[in-house]
Design a protein around this ligand. Sequence first.
Ligand SMILES: [Zn+2]
Ligand SMILES: [Zn+2]
Length: 137
Amino acid sequence: MVATTTLKPSFRQQLQNNYPDFTFTDGKKFAFRPPKTIIIGPPEPNDSLLLLHELGHALSRHQDYHTHIERLKIETEAWAIAKKLCRIYHIPYDEDFVESQLDTYRDWLHSKSICKKCGLTRYQTPDGNYHCPLCDS
Ligand SMILES: [Zn+2]
Ligand SMILES: [Zn+2]
């Protein structure tokens, strides 16, 4: 497998200079670890964009999420910030890629919400627990 990358060392350095409060470090996959660590995953075609997405989480001060709906909300928020950062840093923003990333959360949200007993859509309370309107009443 050929690893293509758009992430130039100079771009990474530029981000580190512009956001000295955050620590940029290499890891197995792109992630934001609150409060201040941004993990840079292995080279891939959208790595610059993924890095800006994680920076989006960091700038929004995203912490833990309690419900899956919240998770989808913070992912959408982080991509909105990544889109703005793309314009500033002249990184191509790949709409299809972003939508497919969000789709994985949408699918996951949907599969999590189905009741295994009766197939109805369950709802999630703020404590993170799911309840089936039929089986749990
Ligand atoms: Zn994210
Ligand atoms: Zn049920």
